[in-house]
Write a protein that binds this ligand. Sequence first.
Ligand code: ZN
Length: 207
Amino acid sequence: MKNTNSKHSDILKQIIEGNEEFISKNHPDYFLSHSKSQNPFITLLTCSDSRVQTNAILPDSINKIFCIENIGNQILPSEGSVDYGILHLKTPVFLILGHSDCGAVKAFMQGYETEPKSIKLELDFLKNANLNLDKNSGDFEEILMQNSLKNIDYQVNIALNKYSEKIKNEELIVIGAFYDFYNELNNGFGKLNIISMNGKKDNSKND
Ligand SMILES: [Zn+2]
């Protein structure tokens, strides 16, 4: 193949072999069971970060999770996709999932003027999240985590306004959560910590 090197070939091999392994583990009935239409029950908005994956939530998420990912798990840059999950596919749950060590929040805190315009445009949406940009207000990692939690609240608030009718009619709940692969909240490595349900904080999350 032209314009490829050995690294590309290795990755291509992994893709093809990974898919072959997947096929060998699943009977055709598995694919036929969801071949005609999709019927997910979760619209998931999370970060593109490669460490955050749907198998951290459900071991087999096919036809269960309508997943939207972008840098910083944001509604506004992907509003059409989010609406598709909630208004068109009518999932009863909208899960907004932030995470440890978020590069998007980190970039916003550190300044992103030198990033390509396309990236700047997406990060600009975080301007209204009221993140703490005071470098002297504490330990950077701690502020980063608090800002990631603030971003979840910000996204949840957008959702509460956008989908207020559906929430009022009990057709939808909006869950804000933090995927904690650093164990920053001391509830365990890899724990999905529920932060809020329809904007109400879960004070029992440290139980
Ligand atoms: Zn992230």
